[in-house]
Every structure is written in structure tokens, then in C-alpha cells.
Write a new protein. Structure first.
Length: 391
């Protein structure tokens, strides 16, 4: 028996929708500011990648943001374009000006935030939600209600908020772990409890302060969440949000759950967003990092050459990528021999060992991998020396 996650069960038959909020929460990352053209380009690559819901910005920020969101709507991007609103009719009016068809009306839901930010209690929050949510519905908008700070809120109050949201025709409640206070067990328990009390769509919105955003999102989906907030490369407030690429690939790889995301597009999407955000993608970033299918260690390279399955669970082809082998300090003889054979250079066992020793020295002195040209130079030096010695 193994504990490997098996691709089976209910998730295979459930349709999970990823609501990409790169253009709203992603852009809230410190220093990130997209131009209108960048927003439209990002929306277009998200569409190409199969994303069907895009939270495109905060219309209340003013006419520049309204016109950037409107540009996305007018570009005819085939996804539902959502505007993020506070609990204010004026925010909904700005969203209407931007042309979106759906709004996310955000209600601080913990007692702490209600008192500290808005100076109101639960009753007033429920009343305002009905007033603003109803206003948005009356104007023909689809409405999701965002429970900001849900993870620090009283669950009974969340149930009341969800009931109030439903009473005015909202279709969805977003459970936000605004400050990353949940672990996967708690995410599962919270979302299970809310799903047991409503038939509204439930969206989970995780943050990554503890590096748990993806794990929490998967747990919430297992518990019954129908939607998940994601951002490209996890861009977002502080440590960011659950990365689109991680959630989409983990759902497919672990549970066979198809989100409709075109996995082979994820690398392009990540590159475009990273460029527009002036961020670099770490080489080891899950799914889209340049090095996540690159191998140096001798034991791994040897194993992969004998049978890919020995060191490969995630097939790079699923992502339109391929394995790459590099030579470096941790290379073994089989990797060196294979490379020299590809370069049509003959080598004795003794020479291979001498070449490997020099490669290790070179890697330490120069850092990074050792390129094939350098391996050839080393081979020539070692080969010439053994010819001389043999003479
Ligand atoms: C967890 C999250 O990600 S929440 C989303 C955060 N996103 C943003 O902040 C987007 C960028 N923000 C902005 O451009 C500006 O903050 C604006 C346009 C939204 C508001 O600007 P300002 O009017 O200058 O307000 P300011 O930013 O100083 O303060 C926020 C105001 O929103 C209020 N507010 C915060 N959340 C809510 C809410 N859900 N519903 C109603 N009001 C809210 C605060 O109480 C405060 O109001 P006050 O000025 O009457 O005290
Ligand atoms: O209320 C919401 O829509 C969620 C807002 C948000 O980004 C968060 O709480 O982290």
C-alpha cells in the first residue's frame, strides 16, 4: 500500500471554476501597477489559457481604473469580467460605469474588522449588505459577496451573511482567508460547515503568508467550494494568493479534476504577468520555474535515463515542457559519459573520472552549470594528457 494521491473520486466529476484575480488582488502587490494595455493583454492570455472568470480591478479607484476595466470588457474577452466593490452603492455605480457584468461586494465579516474599519456591528453589516447587494442585483449585475476576513469571523455570522446574500439574489459567497490564519484542516472544516448551510456557490480565497495558499485552496475545494480565487505566479497582497498554475495543475495531477485551464499555456501566462509586474519568476517556482524539469544530480539523471518514472511524477509534456539535463558539481559518470557520447567524443573509464573531477572543480569555482563547450574543453585537456602519458 502507498499513500500516493490516487486520481479518483468526486473531484473528477465536479467542475471547479478558477476566478483569476491577478488584475485585482495581484495588482495590489506592493509596487505592481499595470497599464491599460497590460491589463488587456493579461486578460487575453488568461482567456487563451481557458480562464472563464476574471476579477479585473477595483472600479472605485477612479476613472483610470474604470476605463482600464472597460477596455477589457470592450476587447470582447470571453470570460466573465468582475469588478471588486466595497459595501457602497457608489462602488457599484463605478462598476456599472466600467461595463462589468458581475460584482464582488466585499463585507468585512470578522467582528474585529467590522468595528475597526467600519465602526459598525453585525446587524448593520447585514443591513448594508442587503441594501448594496440588492442595489447591484436591481441594476442587472450578477453578485458575489466577499466575506473579507472570513477565517477570523464567527461561523454563525458567516451563515447569516450567506443567508442575507442569498435573500437579495447573490449567487456566490467568497470565503476569504485574508490574513492566512487557516491550515488545510481548518479550511476544510470551515468550508464544509458553510456548504452544509447553503446552496450558494462557495469560492475560497487563500493567501500565502505561511506558504499554505495552494494546500488550503485544495482542501476548501475538497470540502465543497465550487470556485477558487487564484493569481498568476501567486501575485497579490503581501506573500500573495494561491497561484493559478499550482492550483490548476494540482487539481489535474492529484485528482484528475479538469478546470478547463489549458495547462500548456501557463508558462506563457506567467512570463507575461511577471514582465508586466516587473517581477522575476524564481527558477524553482512550482510549475512555471525555469528549472523545475531540469536535472543535475547523478543519481537522478541516471535513474531518469533508465526509466523516467524513477524520478518523474509530473509529466513536463502536460505543460508543454520537457526535461533538461545539465552538467554540474553533482553530476555522475553516466551523465558525463552520455554527454560525451552525444558529442561523439570517445572516453576511457579513467578519463571519465578525471573529467568529472575537473567538472566539479569548475562548477565550484564558476557557480552554475557547466556548459557542453566547457565539458569539451575539459575532455580535450584530459584526453591530450592521457595521450601524452601513453606515449
Ligand atoms: C483584503 C483586500 O484585499 S481588500 C481590497 C483592498 N483593495 C484596495 O485597497 C484597492 C485600492 N484602494 C484604493 O484605491 C482606495 O483605498 C479606495 C479608492 C478603495 C478608497 O480610497 P479612499 O476613499 O481614499 O479611502 P482610504 O483608502 O483612505 O480608506 C479606505 C476606506 O474604505 C472603507 N472600507 C474598507 N473596506 C470597506 C468595505 N468592505 N465596505 C465599505 N467600506 C470599506 C474604510 O472604512 C475607509 O473608509 P473611510 O475613509 O470612510 O474611513
Ligand atoms: O472580500 C473579498 O472579496 C476578499 C478580499 C480579499 O482580497 C481578501 O480578503 O484577501
Amino acid at each position: 500500500m502507498t499513500f500516493q494521491t490516487t486520481v479518483s473520486g468526486m473531484l473528477q466529476t465536479r467542475r471547479i471554476v478558477l476566478n483569476d484575480t491577478t488584475l485585482r488582488d495581484g495588482e495590489q502587490a506592493p509596487g505592481v501597477a499595470f497599464t491599460t494595455e497590460e491589463k488587456v493583454s493579461i486578460a487575453r492570455v488568461l482567456e487563451k489559457a481557458g480562464i472563464t472568470e476574471i476579477e479585473a480591478g477595483t472600479p472605485a479607484m477612479g476613472c483610470e481604473e474604470v476605463s482600464a476595466i472597460r477596455a477589457i470588457v470592450e476587447a470582447g474577452v470571453a470570460a466573465t469580467i468582475i469588478g471588486w466593490c466595497r459595501l457602497k452603492k457608489s462602488d457599484v455605480d463605478a462598476a456599472i460605469d466600467s461595463g462589468v457584468s458581475m460584482v464582488n461586494v466585499s463585507v468585512p465579516s470578522s467582528d474585529l474588522q467590522l468595528a475597526a474599519k467600519l465602526g459598525i456591528g453585525r446587524g448593520a453589516a447585514l443591513e448594508q449588505l442587503k441594501r448594496v447587494g440588492g442595489y447591484a442585483r436591481d441594476r442587472g449585475l450578477d453578485v458575489a459577496v466577499g466575506g473579507e476576513d472570513s477565517s477570523r469571523a464567527d461561523v454563525d455570522f458567516l451563515v447569516e451573511l450567506i443567508a442575507a446574500a442569498k435573500s437579495v439574489g447573490a449567487r456566490r459567497f467568497r470565503v476569504a482567508d485574508t490574513l492566512s490564519v487557516l491550515d488545510p484542516d481548518a479550511s476544510f472544516a470551515l468550508v464544509s460547515e458553510l456548504c452544509a448551510n447553503t446552496d450558494l456557490e462557495i469560492e475560497f480565497h487563500g493567501h500565502d503568508d505561511l506558504g499554505l495558499a495552494t494546500a488550503n485552496t485544495l482542501a476548501a475545494i475538497k470540502a465543497g467550494a465550487t470556485h477558487a480565487s487564484v493569481t498568476v505566479i501567486g501575485l497579490g497582497e503581501r506573500a500573495g494568493n494561491a497561484p493559478l498554475e499550482e492550483v490548476a495543475v494540482a487539481l489535474k495531477q492529484l485528482y484528475g479534476c479538469d478546470t478547463g485551464v489549458v495547462l500548456s499555456e501557463l508558462e506563457n501566462v506567467a512570463a507575461l504577468v511577471a514582465g508586466a509586474a516587473a517581477r522575476t519568476i524564481p527558477l524553482n517556482k512550482a510549475i512555471v520555474g525555469e528549472h523545475v524539469f531540469t536535472h543535475e544530480s547523478g543519481i537522478h539523471v541516471d535513474g531518469l535515463r533508465k526509466d523516467r518514472r524513477s524520478y518523474q511524477a509530473l509529466d513536463p509534456q502536460l505543460l508543454g515542457r520537457s526535461n533538461r539535463f545539465v552538467i554540474g558539481k553533482h553530476s555522475g559518470l553516466s551523465a558525463i559519459t552520455a554527454l560525451l557520447s552525444e558529442l561523439q567524443l570517445s572516453v576511457s573509464d579513467e578519463e571519465s573520472r578525471a573529467i568529472l573531477a575537473r567538472i566539479r572543480k569548475h562548477a565550484v569555482e564558476h557557480k552554475g552549470g557547466v556548459p557542453p563547450e566547457t565539458v569539451m574543453t575539459i575532455w580535450r585537456e584530459v584526453h591530450d594528457r592521457s595521450l601524452l602519458n601513453g606515449m
